[in-house]
Design a protein around this ligand. Structure first.
Ligand code: ADP
Ligand code: MG
Length: 320
């Protein structure tokens, strides 16, 4: 099978059609239309076999994760996704692999109304790079830099699940309860981008980031960019039943603090906007948990448990 046929059969034929795409797959470049009054938001993420996913991960999951991690970055900016392009490096042409991968991509494209508008296909180690683009109304993008001392810190969903999921996938941890095992593996392989939360908190949150490397690592980006410090109450960290039932409470807290790959949103809200946040989240039928407060001790993250300092020295995932 030639490069042209791979693109035709697995990507062009399966792509959805959005009205704002003038030229999609098939020409030298894609041509698209940006709505009036909106800014274009662009992000890229690469997934490397053996680094970002285990080599035996189902291709369907790899495709959906590659897309979800990019959409999660758009969510963190308060953007609504529109288009993706896909750069695919494949060791060989394995049609059943491509079938499952492209089906995973197509399902997400339909669900999120995102059109695949182009890409590149090359031979090499298994590497998937997706660039996602979306829109946010002018001057409403959520950033890392506008948080203020006194703001409250919130996080969506639950933390630590993907971290334990990875231990299970790597067979470093064995669980007896099949339901918990399935749930945690699913959280690792099929992260959910919190797009509805991101767009809902556009004019409410003072700062926002997605938790990809772990809470402790990622909150520090906000602290640095916004020149703040934070106190986080580890007893308030949202954790799933599956995580809590599977490991000790100390281990669960450590997963929630340091494990990456959850793709929840962490955001800050001023005192004046808290009421607005509550009504907005309730009307969108989404949930976020209050976990702590910002202060003026620039760059300092203080963890507390039952009003005592919490001893902690793990770090989030770092490549270098
Ligand atoms: P060129 O050599 O001009 O870059 P390619 O042969 O790489 O053209 O690509 C032809 C068309 O197919 C382009 O529109 C490109 O964006 C698209 N394309 C290539 N690979 C992919 C892919 N993996 N997914 C989606 N579109 C792709
Ligand atoms: Mg090319």
């Amino acid at each position: 099978m030639k490069e042209f046929n791979i693109i035709e059969d697995f990507f062009k034929a399966k792509s959805i059609q959005r009205k704002d795409v003038i030229i999609g797959i098939g020409d030298d470049a894609a041509v698209t239309r940006i709505p009036q009054g909106q800014a274009l938001v662009t992000t890229t993420d690469t997934l490397i076999s053996g680094v970002h996913f285990l080599a035996d991960t189902a291709p369907h999951a790899i495709a959906q994760k590659a897309m979800a991690v990019n959409l999660s970055d758009l969510a963190a900016m308060g953007a609504e996704p529109a288009w993706i392009s896909l750069s695919l490096s494949l060791p060989e042409v394995d049609e059943s692999w491509l079938e499952s991968f492209s089906e995973g991509l197509r399902e997400h494209a339909i669900y999120y109304s995102v059109q695949l508008i182009g890409g590149d296909t090359v031979q090499g180690p298994l590497v998937i790079t997706i660039t996602a683009q979306g829109f946010v109304p002018f001057e409403q993008a959520l950033t890392r830099s506008q948080a203020k001392p006194g703001d409250s810190v919130y996080v969506t969903g639950t933390l630590g699940d993907a971290g334990l999921g990875l231990q299970i996938a790597q067979k470093k941890c064995v669980l007896d309860v099949q339901l918990n095992k399935d749930y945690l593996l699913n959280r690792l392989n099929y992260p959910t981008p919190r797009l509805l939360v991101g767009t809902s908190i556009r004019r409410i949150a003072s700062a926002c980031i997605d938790v990809s490397d772990g809470l402790v690592s990622d909150i520090k980006h906000i602290l640095k960019a916004s020149e703040c410090g934070a106190t986080i109450h580890v007893d308030k960290l949202p954790m799933s039943q599956a995580l809590k039932e599977s490991v000790s409470s100390t281990q669960a807290i450590d997963y929630a603090l340091s494990a990456g790959d959850d793709y929840e949103l962490l955001f800050t809200v001023s005192e004046e906007q808290k009421g607005h946040l509550e009504t907005t989240l309730a009307s969108a039928n989404v949930h976020a948990t209050y976990i702590g407060q910002l202060n003026g001790c620039v760059g300092k993250l203080e963890l507390r448990q039952a009003d005592k300092p919490y001893e902690y020295n793990l770090k989030g995932y770092e490549h270098f």
